[in-house]
Structure formats: C-alpha cells, structure tokens
Ligand binder design. Structure first.
Ligand code: NAP
Ligand code: GDD
Length: 327
C-alpha cells in the first residue's frame, strides 16, 4: 500500500521540493490548491512534477473545505506549508495573515481530530517567532519567543496550537522551526531571490540598479531542498516533537549581496545597489542563527548545501532563466 500525504502550500517554494521528495519515496501526494483564475504551476514544472500530484481544491480560511478534504482522503501525513509567508506584507495585511497562518492551522488540526486522528501533522513553524530573542547569539528549541511582525505573532499561535493538540488529544503533531531557506524557486519578493534575479538582470544588461532595504540584518540561510528532508524525518520519528532546522551560520544581507554579484563576476556591487526606505520594516529581526544539535542527534539530519553553493546555484539559475526567455 502506498503511503499518502497531503501537502498544503503546494505551489510555493517548499511544497514542490517536499512533493518531489515524497513522490521519490513512493507516496501518493495530494496538493491543496486554493481557487485561482490562473494558478501558477511554474515551481512544480521547474522540478518536473506538475503532473504527478493529485490536486484538491480548498483554502486554509475555509474550514469546511479542510474538513471534507481530511474526511475524504485521510492521509497518513499532513504537511501544513500554506501561509501568507511574506513578513513585509504582514503589517499591511495583519488580519489576513492571522486568518491563514493561525486560524487556518486550527481548522486543519480540528479536521484531523474529527476525521483522521491517526494522521501525523507537520506545522511549518519559523525562526521569525524568536524575533529579538536569543541566548549568546544563538536560538534553539528552549529560546523564548519574541516575534517582531504580525507574521511572527501569527506563527506563534500556530506553534502553540500544534503543541496543544498533541498534549490534549494525543495527535502526532510536530513543529519544524525552520530558519530561512532559499532556492532557485524562492518567491521573487524575498531578499535572496530579489538579489539573485537583480544580479542576473544587471549581468545581462537588462537592469542597472538593485533597490534594497536594510543591509545589516543577519540571517541563517540554508537550501530548501535540504530542509524538506528534515520535514519528512520529523514525521518519521517515534514520537512527536519540535525541532530547530538551520545551518548554524549567520550572514548579513550585505554579505549575500557581495557574494551574489561576485558569483556573476561583478566586483563593484556598490555601483548598482541603492537603499530604498520602501523596503524597510516597522520592526526588524536583527539576527537569526540556529543551533541544530537536537535535529542532528534525534533525526540524523544535517544541511548539505553551503552558503556559497546556495548563492552560486541561485545566481546561475536566474541567469539561465533570463537567457532562455531572451532566446
Ligand atoms: P511560499 O512560497 O510563500 O508558499 C506558501 C504557499 O501557501 C503558497 O503556495 C500559497 O498559495 C499558499 N497559501 C497562501 N494562502 C493560502 C490559503 N488561504 N489557502 C491555501 N493556501 C494558501 O512559502 P514557502 O517559502 O514555501 O514556505 C512554506 C511554509 O514554511 C510557510 O508556512 C512559511 O511561513 C514557512 N517557513 C518558510 C521559511 C522559508 O525560509 N522559506 C522558513 C520558516 C518557515 P498560492 O501559491 O496560491 O499563493
Ligand atoms: N524582502 C526583502 N526585500 N527583504 C529585504 C530587502 C528587500 O528589498 N532589503 C533588506 N531586506 C531584509 C529584510 O528586512 C530582512 O531583514 C531580510 O532582508 C530577509 O528578508 P526576507 O527575505 O523577506 O525574509 P524574512 O527573514 O523576513 O522571512 C523569511 O524567513 C522566515 C524565517 O526566518 C520568510 O520566508 C518567512 O516566511 C520565514 O518564516
């Protein structure tokens, strides 16, 4: 019998990488699609799996759709990746962010409780929950939360609701507290992809400046392809639990910029980068750096792709994409 999994957020960055991994492991994969006049399957196409997923229509804000999906499919594993995941928009759309990221999780957990209590549940929690909080410059599973954005606040609710369903109803519900992870199919608004796409355009003479916000924040950046392996391992553990998934290294946005330009053979990056207050945030998370001892010990997980390899991969993919478009 094939194992079955439901993946929400199937059209995003992580959904396609996770679906590919699960398909390779022989799973039947259901992907939750919200109603769109023209849904974008580009990320699934990029990974060559757009015809291999079973799509089901539903929306995280529509509890009845989630109740019937869980009732009809009873998947062994549910990976909740759907979210309004762009921190920058969460101040302007705080209510929507809360409805999708907080109440949406409650809807899904309730559906599991009523119709499929043996389903294992993965919640896409985030290092944004730590916000200002750290101990000696590092965050792990014991670091208290101090979120800095409506997005971070919404994810703290979802984190605790996941823990609460585990403790109240004995549901196998786990949180992956993932630090920033990127790839060639990262959304274009996020800083890494905005930089690699901008660098590629500058390299090809299609653009002559890159406008960014604050270059000082530090992030612990890994590769999405490595991080979806951790999601899967979290649901294969003997008991449900919460894990930090990161690289343990931190770099400033400026370092990412310098290395991305260098990867395209451009050394005078300052000539092209402009600071634009439109991209600054009302409250910033200054530094993220995760300690992964628990994941290494209990899951046997470690990241494989280095910071430099990630940047080279993304710059190369963006240059190739633009060259292909121009042909
Ligand atoms: P992403 O690219 O923004 O994808 C999010 C997905 O959620 C999109 O496919 C989107 O659908 C879907 N979605 C949004 N609102 C929905 C709704 N009301 N109903 C159903 N689906 C909805 O995010 P990602 O980078 O893949 O991240 C996956 C998850 O991990 C998110 O929960 C994010 O918050 C969390 N996370 C990400 C990182 C990271 O660095 N990437 C780190 C920690 C945690 P459309 O395509 O239709 O818009
Ligand atoms: N997006 C963006 N655009 N960010 C910029 C820019 C810009 O022009 N200029 C500077 N930054 C800074 C942001 O202020 C932030 O400090 C940092 O670059 C990273 O921004 P994002 O790439 O938008 O990611 P994020 O760290 O806010 O959030 C991502 O990671 C979280 C995990 O820590 C998202 O994927 C979240 O969904 C995820 O939970």
């Amino acid at each position: 019998m094939k194992k079955t999994a439901l993946v929400t957020g199937i059209l995003g960055q992580d959904g396609p990488y996770l679906a590919k991994l699960l398909l390779e492991k022989g799973y039947k994969v259901y992907g939750l699609l919200r109603r769109y006049s023209t849904p974008g399957f580009g990320n699934l196409e990029y990974l060559g799996i757009e015809h291999d997923v079973d799509y089901i229509e539903g929306d995280m804000t529509d509890e009845s759709s989630l109740l019937s999906i869980i009732k009809n499919t009873r998947p062994q594993e549910v990976y909740n990746l759907a979210a309004q995941s762009f921190v920058g928009s969460s101040w302007e759309q705080a209510k929507l962010t809360t409805e999708v990221n907080s109440l949406g999780v409650l809807h899904l957990l309730n559906a599991i409780k009523y119709f499929s209590p043996t389903s294992r549940f993965y919640q896409a929690s985030t290092s944004e929950m730590f916000g200002l909080s750290h101990e000696n410059g590092i965050q792990d599973e014991n670091t208290p939360f101090h979120p800095r954005s409506p997005y971070g606040v919404s994810k703290v609710y979802a984190y605790w609701m996941t823990v609460n369903f585990r403790e109240s109803y004995n549901i196998f519900a786990s949180n992956g507290i993932l630090f920033n992870h990127e790839s060639p199919i990262r959304g274009i608004q996020f800083v890494t992809r905005k930089i690699t796409d901008g660098v590629a355009r500058i390299k090809l003479g299609l653009q002559n400046e890159l406008r960014l916000g604050n270059l000082d924040p530090q992030r612990d950046w890994g590769f999405a392809g490595d991080y979806v392996e951790a999601m899967h391992l979290i649901l294969q553990a003997d008991t449900p639990d919460d894990y930090v998934i990161a690289t343990g290294e931190t770099h400033t946005v400026q370092e990412f910029v310098e290395k991305a330009f260098a990867a395209a053979g451009i050394l005078d990056w300052k000539k092209y980068v402009q600071t634009d207050p439109r991209f600054q945030r009302p409250a910033e998370v200054p530094m993220l750096k995760g300690r992964i001892d628990k994941a290494v010990k209990q899951l046997g997980w470690k990241p494989k792709v280095s910071f430099d390899e990630l940047i080279t991969m993304m710059v190369k993919a963006d240059i190739e994409r633009l060259e292909k478009k121009a042909r």
